[in-house]
Ligand binder design. Structure first.
Ligand code: ZN
Length: 150
């Protein structure tokens, strides 16, 4: 097994794990912003509840259904941004979307790097970025990509 193969196996396992046991799944009764988004090309749906206090994401939850990539990406994203400032969270979303178009991320993306293989499949990029687009809308209050395009 080459290094590339074992890295891909690790990535696949990370994605499957988040898909099987999603983190931060549910709704927030005291959310300060809620955004629902649909990825029509795959049928993925997500609802994101965010609670922001003093410009910090103190809590975040998601519900929805869709392919393994969209759900794993949402799960990893909520873990990555929980506790971060709004500025940091938006920076991570931007960085992740750049990463999926083949650019080098400016920050450590953590487990989200497991989705690097998605960049080879443009139609799946929309699955992986759905939760990040929802996050951007929830935190900025304006839709950066109304059609959900990557
Ligand atoms: Zn999908």
């Amino acid at each position: 097994m080459s290094t590339d193969d074992s890295l891909e196996a690790l990535y696949r396992e990370t994605i499957l794990d988040h898909n099987r046991s999603p983190r931060n799944r549910g709704q927030l009764p005291d959310a300060t912003a809620t955004v629902g988004l649909l990825n029509p090309t795959c049928g993925d749906q997500i609802r994101l509840d965010v609670k922001v206090v003093d410009q910090r994401v103190v809590d975040i939850r998601f519900t929805g259904h869709g392919c393994a990539i969209s759900m794993a990406s949402a799960s990893m994203m909520t873990e990555a941004v929980k506790g971060k400032t709004v500025e940091e969270a938006l920076g991570l979303a931007r960085d992740f979307k750049r990463f999926l178009t083949g650019e080098r991320p400016q920050h450590d993306l953590g487990e989200l790097e497991a989705l690097s293989g998605v960049s080879r499949y443009p139609s799946r990029v929309k699955c992986a970025t759905l939760a990040h687009n929802a996050l951007e809308q929830a935190l900025s209050g304006s839709p950066p990509n109304p059609a959900g395009d990557a």
